[in-house]
Design a protein. Structure first.
Length: 91
């Protein structure tokens, strides 16, 4: 049985997303399966969801951005701790 035109279009879009997109936080469906989620600006679904015609619940934030946010949060928490210690010393 040959693939439908819609299936071929989804496959082509998925390849484009994987080749020109960026890694994002994993979709709920694919995370337990160990698959990677690739996204591309202008596409509402990750490559895996596009390929399979599934609804995508992946976060449109790249892994790199998530790492940056986490590092910034840790930095701010350290600054807050230092400030709290300085306040305690002044009391």
């Amino acid at each position: 049985m040959s693939e439908s035109k819609a299936t071929r279009n989804r496959q082509a879009q998925a390849i484009l997303i994987e080749n020109t997109g960026f890694l994002i936080m994993l979709c709920g469906y694919y995370e337990p399966r160990g698959l990677k989620c690739w996204a591309k600006e202008g596409h509402s679904k990750c490559a895996q969801c596009t390929r399979r015609g599934r609804k995508c619940d992946g976060k449109g934030i790249s892994i790199l951005e998530a790492d940056r946010f986490a590092a910034e949060k840790r930095r701010l928490e350290r600054e807050e701790e230092v400030a709290e210690n300085e306040l305690l010393e002044l009391q």
